[in-house]
Write a protein that binds this ligand. Structure first.
Ligand code: GLC
Length: 578
């Protein structure tokens, strides 16, 4: 099943040709398809120096834990130098490590530690924008004729006010910020501290490829491009319609030029190393998603689409809709392209609280079910730190407890507009990004073993029962289920590559599907509800082996199941029943 594609870089020698090709890159497009990503929010994983902020040494200390999960790739949110307006997504130096996180020596040791354990490392690259403290921006804003002026988008004030642009993070909502130093406005789709880089400028692009090569030379195994679809802007600056906030992506992302940039990046960086590539977002429709990731396009390796993760709402969600969305994406990519599968990340609240149940009776079962889902779909699974334990939303009631710039500025914005703060706070409690960023729960000691200091974000009170130490010892824990499911995926090509067939599409409580690959057929049945559901076997084959069950028992007689709330079962299927 594994195959290698050998790309030999042609080397033209003028004088003194050596026999050896300069670089021979073995491209293997199976490792990132067969792999399982574990995403770590480094601020919140483990703090070793007592400042309340996680660090690289903390990750090094827990490498054996990460390995014990069975995951094969780690994606870390940004670890570069940053003033931390947006927790590292505002980078002031792309070639150094954030002081709070450690040093370059720590980075090298961490990378080696991962590689020694057979784990690959994915670097987050934030190049739609930099920090306003980056040397490029300091230069750029200093005078209109500075050589770095054209690294960012500027609008001279004598042209009048620039056409309105909506900022995702700004309290005032305007993405143009007036800067008196040069009497001009600069563009920031995110916060004022995150000015957008001007990708039309070839010098900017070359800077980016150089910094990516710097990390590739160090041995990183892949890149996740943050907010990259915004890199290509409509720089004719037309007036956009008023309903902009609702149709933000429509006008702001995926403008002409984006594919050229990606192809260039591929040629300059990805093609020269054995690295995988993924960008946040997957275009505005399937066609655009394919254009980003189909192998013959030579752009990115896999799509990271939000339609599925966006379904959960404070008022609940419809399972029929959830199934329809995941099935449609699978079908669309069945023949060509490759998907990421995820239900959580650092920009989302906790998966159990959004898609499962926080009710103590169902928390563990629903967490196991959701992990079963992520690890049994076609595509590369992305598992977010703490979800292997079933960590839940912390749900702050007061705005003073939030740390996320999006939450804080959003609050100011609603307040300024005289809006409904009560509804805003209720929504935040359910969906704030801080919910998904609370410290990792290691054990029952002070601060869940995360830090001896005061954690930058409070620890969830359920840490006394939901933590690694306790769950390790409990064979029926969410953690042990996660490990079992990871092993099952790793030994089942059907779960990685197999054809996916949705069963019972209209059922409001049950999500059932088969995965089939080279004569092996598996059945996954998931009860997405708090109720017992009686269900005839939804396939015609014999049930062969029960490979995985998230509960101690299964009630089954005469080809009829009585599924417990949030029960998840995985079977192999035999021949058609007589
Ligand atoms: C991406 C990141 C998010 C960040 C934003 C601005 O959406 O995932 O965390 O705040 O870009 O960089």
């Amino acid at each position: 099943m594994r195959y290698f594609l050998l790309c030999t870089a042609l080397v033209f020698c003028i004088t003194g040709c050596s026999e050896k090709a300069e670089s021979t890159v073995i491209k293997d497009d199976t490792w990132w398809k067969e792999g399982i990503v574990y995403q770590i929010y480094p601020r919140s994983f483990k703090d070793t120096d007592g400042d309340g902020v996680g660090d690289l040494k903390g990750i090094i200390e827990e490498l054996d834990y990460i390995q014990s999960l069975g995951v094969t790739m780690v994606w870390l949110n940004p670890i570069y130098s940053s003033p931390n307006a947006d927790n590292g997504y505002d980078i002031s130096d792309y070639r150094s490590i954030m002081e709070e996180f450690g040093t370059m020596e720590d980075f090298d040791a961490m990378l080696k530690g991962m590689h020694d354990r057979g784990i690959r490392f994915i670097m987050d690259v934030v190049v739609n924008h930099s920090s306003d403290q980056h040397e490029w921006f300091l230069q750029s804003r200093s005078s209109r004729d500075n050589p770095y002026r054209d690294y960012y988008h500027w609008w001279p004030a004598e042209k009048g006010k620039p056409p309105y642009r909506y900022s995702l993070f700004d309290a005032a909502g305007d993405a143009w910020k007036y800067d008196s130093i040069t009497d001009a406005y600069y563009l920031h789709y995110f916060s004022q501290q995150q000015p957008d880089l001007k990708w039309e400028n070839p010098k900017v692009r070359q800077e980016v490829y150089d910094l990516m090569k710097f990390w590739a030379e160090k041995g990183v195994d892949g890149f996740r491009l943050d907010a990259f679809q915004f890199a290509a802007k409509d720089t004719t600056y037309p007036e956009f319609p008023d309903d902009l906030e609702q149709n933000f992506i429509q006008y702001y992302a995926m403008q002409p030029g984006l594919h050229d940039y990606l192809r260039e990046m591929n040629q300059e960086v990805f093609s020269k190393y054995d690295v995988m590539s993924v960008a946040e977002g997957a275009g505005r429709n399937f066609e655009e998603a394919h254009e980003l990731v189909d192998a013959d396009r030579k752009e990115l390796n896999m799509a990271y689409a939000f339609e599925g993760v966006d379904i959960a709402k404070p008022e609940g969600y419809s399972l029929a809709h959830f199934k329809e969305v995941f099935s449609r994406w699978d079908q669309e990519f069945a023949e060509k392209g490759w998907l990421s599968i995820f239900l959580a990340n650092h920009d989302q609240a906790r998966l159990v609280s959004r898609f499962g149940s926080d009710d103590p009776r169902f928390r563990a079962a629903s967490a196991k079910l959701l992990n079963t889902f992520i690890l049994s779909m076609r595509g590369t699974p992305y598992c977010y730190y703490g979800d292997e334990l079933g960590m839940t939303n912390i749900g702050f009631d007061s705005i003073s407890l939030y740390r996320d710039i999006a939450a804080l500025n959003g609050y100011e914005k609603v307040k300024l507009a005289g809006g409904d703060l009560e509804t805003y706070m209720a929504n935040l409690k359910f969906s704030s990004r801080d919910n998904g960023r609370t410290p990792m729960q290691w054990d029952t000691t002070l601060n869940a073993g995360f830090s001896s200091g005061t954690p930058w974000l409070p620890v969830n009170e359920n840490y006394k029962t939901v933590n690694v130490a306790v769950e390790k010892e409990d064979p029926s824990s969410v953690l042990n289920h996660f490990k079992a499911m990871v092993s099952l995926r790793k030994e089942s090509p059907a779960l990685v590559y197999g054809a996916y067939t949705l069963l019972l599409p209209e059922h409001e409580k049950i999500y059932a599907y088969t995965r089939e690959w080279e004569g092996q057929k598996m059945l996954v049945i998931l009860n997405f509800s708090n109720d017992i559901v009686t269900l005839p076997v939804p396939v015609e084959e014999e049930l062969e082996d029960l490979l995985l069950n998230n509960l101690p028992q299964v009630y089954y007689k005469d080809r009829v199941f009585s599924l417990e709330p949030w029960q998840a079962l995985v079977f192999t299927l035999g021949p058609l029943q007589e």
